[in-house]
Design a protein around this ligand. Structure first.
Ligand code: NCD
Length: 313
């Protein structure tokens, strides 16, 4: 099993083989995480620092738990209250932490590209926990593991990604990953929430959800990213739910065994019906959370192994 990357900055840099390597290793951690004794010493003696410049509950908790279960010393930096507020730059903060010899930096930042920049300045492994509208690689990997376990494969599936595509790093990373694994991807959403020129990327684009959902294997819903909107992208939340909210009636157009996904946090009654989200026969939203810890454990293990070749990213 080779994995010749120093950082996990995005899906863009990964090959299909890299993706399979991470998912296969994550499977062993799914098993470990289901045991009563969940600890191992793969990262024993190593230091992991979580730097979240943007609010996050589930992703930060998931990375923290992943590091602790691997035996690392894990520190959470409260970046909201840190010296960034006193005028220190991102790079100054990174260099200060770098001088303390961490082995892993887990970084979430509201600006696209900020994590890549930081990775160039430090001499430890950097994991992107979401940067602006750019990438959220561990989310796409945990989604891939969830799909592979539910469907028995991760290729030649018909997958609909629905909603606020334009503001979503989750959509972007998933598009890259699912495309690399040779799936058929449909993007469904209002034209105001669709990035321009997206049709050229080998995906099918729909603004009619009822047409777009027809016969798909996977329905991936996205949160309406209100905090990343600076204008009126939708007429009203009620109207949005009517046209693009996933409910049992719209889901009935997909394959009878189609699964429902959402990265969380959910706006119930805006992009998804609450009852459907909780329906364990269709929704794999809780599995996604479970797979998140396992995938992050796998990624951190692979990044802290000595490099076998000279690859830089
Ligand atoms: C996603 C994110 O932050 O990009 N959430 C997450 O990682 N828990 C999706 C979202 O915020 O909608």
């Amino acid at each position: 099993m080779t994995f010749a990357h120093r950082h996990l900055l995005g899906i863009e840099q990964l090959s299909p083989q890299d993706i399979t390597t991470i998912l296969d290793l994550a499977e062993t951690y799914v098993d470990l995480n289901r045991q009563s004794a969940k600890h191992c010493d793969v990262l024993s003696g190593l230091t992991q620092i979580n730097m979240f410049f943007e609010n996050s509950t589930r992703t930060q908790a998931s990375f923290e738990l992943a590091g602790k279960r691997l035996g690392a010393d894990v520190m959470n930096m409260a970046m909201q209250a840190s010296s960034i507020k006193k005028g220190e730059t991102l790079i100054d903060t990174a260099m200060t932490l770098n001088a303390m010899h961490p082995d892993l930096l887990v970084v979430r930042h509201p600006h696209s590209g900020a994590v890549d920049l930081l990775a160039q300045k430090v001499n430890c492994a950097v994991l992107n926990a979401g940067d602006g509208r750019h990438e959220h690689p561990t989310q796409a990997l945990l989604d891939a593991l969830t799909i592979r376990r539910a469907k028995g494969r991760l290729h030649r599936l018909s997958i609909a990604i629905c909603g606020d595509i334009a503001h979503s790093r989750v959509a972007r990373s998933n598009l890259l990953l699912l495309g690399k694994m040779e799936n058929r991807i449909r993007l469904i959403g209002p034209p105001t929430l669709m990035p321009s020129g997206i049709g050229e990327f080998g995906v099918e684009v729909y603004d009619d959800m009822r047409k777009g959902l027809r016969d798909v294997d996977v329905v991936m819903m996205l949160r309406l990213q209100k905090e990343r909107m600076d204008g009126g992208f939708i007429p009203s939340e009620r109207e949005y739910y009517h046209r693009y909210g996933l409910d049992a009636e719209k889901l009935a157009l997909a394959k009878p065994d189609a699964i429902v996904m959402h990265p969380g946090p959910m706006n119930r009654g805006v992009e998804i019906d609450g009852t459907l989200a909780d329906d364990i026969n269709r929704s794999v939203i809780q599995e996604q959370v479970e797979m998140g810890v396992a995938v992050r454990m796998a990624a951190m293990e692979l990044l802290t192994r000595p490099l076998t070749t000279g690859a830089a990213v």
